[in-house]
Design a protein around this ligand. Structure first.
Ligand SMILES: Cc1ncc(COP(=O)(O)O)c(C=O)c1O
Length: 359
């Protein structure tokens, strides 16, 4: 059985376990905002048609001005990228042939990017409750050049605390180790959060990357950016291919970034759905991570060894979750679900209730 490496391909995921989901398919495999893309985006497309026939402004002046306003940082500290994925590969390229630390289970592209640029990887594991092994990390940090950390972590939704991060950053300063924080899901957080970007002025060994793809539900367009001081942006810029960000994304960015109503609506929806799901899933006896982002891990507390069977049952009921076979340290023991619309989450709970009744 060869399962796709990423979510968001419900037909392929179902086919890979020899099943075909008929009728409406509920795709819980890709953690994309179900409220997006913002409704006004379609109306803007005719205006943006002209961007298709022209090369984008190579300096992306308007997009940088909007991003710089949004983040309260100068454009010299920012690099627009073709999604978070390009950011990860650009950063790995800077450390070509050097040594990296990755904490599993996490987003698989750090490892792929490190392999692409011949980095030697040390891998540590989150503990049983998916917390970061800070002391073990502190032992490894002096011997590596770069650490890739996902915050909040995909797929567990857990965080390295701010205090722990500062502890590692200070250590990294002494040992010339750079810490990369991937904040691909930070825009979803509904809990009050201290922003890692505020540490950039204190720690020149910190690089922060973000994705706008998930929050605005634009995987077909792609958008991301890097925030860093310490001359990193200029080094990264040299590695980036020209016109890497397409003209439509660049043209939409000012309006996307200033859409506060969309952001507020997203956070309200997510908080309500996370609370509802947590209550119902626990009542049904499912073990799940408590998340303040738009995804969570789940397995049956009564039948913890039957995750593969549960996967098949869900697909047979037109629900496609994300398998965790290629997340090191999870090896398929859990399923990852995106938080979807109220109606879709209710359908998931209905099917999980059926599973429980059948057991
Ligand atoms: C943690 C993390 N970082 C980065 C990315 C890539 O972001 P983008 O889709 O903007 O390239 C993803 C996509 O799944 C992700 O989960």
């Amino acid at each position: 059985m060869v399962l796709p490496a990423h979510g968001g391909q419900p037909g392929r995921i179902a086919a890979s376990i020899g099943m075909e989901a008929e009728g409406k398919v509920y795709d819980f495999s890709a953690n994309i905002n179900p409220i997006g893309p913002p409704a006004w985006l379609a109306e803007q497309l005719p205006r943006l048609m002209k961007e298709i026939a022209n090369y984008p402004d190579p300096e992306y002046k308007e997009a940088y001005a909007a991003l710089s306003r949004q983040e309260g940082m100068s454009a010299e500290q920012l690099l627009l990228t073709n999604g978070g994925a390009e950011a990860i590969f650009l950063i790995a390229q800077l450390f070509h042939g050097k040594k990296a630390l990755i904490i599993d289970p996490t987003f698989s592209e750090y490892e792929r990017a490190c392999h692409a640029f011949d980095l030697e990887i040390t891998q540590l594991r989150l503990n049983q409750s998916f917390q970061f092994p800070v002391e073990a990390m502190a032992q490894v940090v002096p011997g590596v050049d770069v650490v890739f950390l996902c915050r909040p972590n995909n797929p567990t939704g857990t965080f390295l605390s701010f205090t722990e991060l500062e502890y590692l950053l200070k250590l990294g300063l002494e040992t010339d180790t750079t810490i990369v924080i991937d904040e691909a899901f930070v825009h979803f957080l509904f809990e009050t959060e201290l922003f890692v970007k505020n540490l950039l002025t204190l720690y020149p060994n910190l690089i922060v990357l973000r994705s706008l793809t998930k929050i605005f539900a634009i995987p077909g367009l792609r958008a991301g950016y890097i925030m860093a001081g310490g001359g990193w942006i200029q080094k990264l810029q040299k590695k980036q291919p020209p016109w890497s960000v397409n003209g439509i994304t660049a043209g939409l960015l000012p309006a996307l970034l200033s859409d506060e109503t969309f952001m507020a609506k997203t956070k309200d929806w997510l908080k309500g759905e996370c609370e509802k799901l947590a209550d119902h899933l626990s009542a049904l006896g499912f073990l799940h991570t408590v998340s303040s982002v738009n995804f969570y891990l789940l397995k049956d507390g009564n039948r913890p060894d039957e995750t593969e069977k549960l996967f098949g049952f869900l697909v047979a009921n037109n629900i496609v979750p994300r398998h965790t076979d290629n997340f090191k340290g999870l090896y398929g023991r859990y399923l990852r679900f995106a938080v979807r619309s109220a109606e879709e989450n209710d359908y998931l709970l209905y099917v999980l209730r059926k599973w429980r009744e059948a057991s």
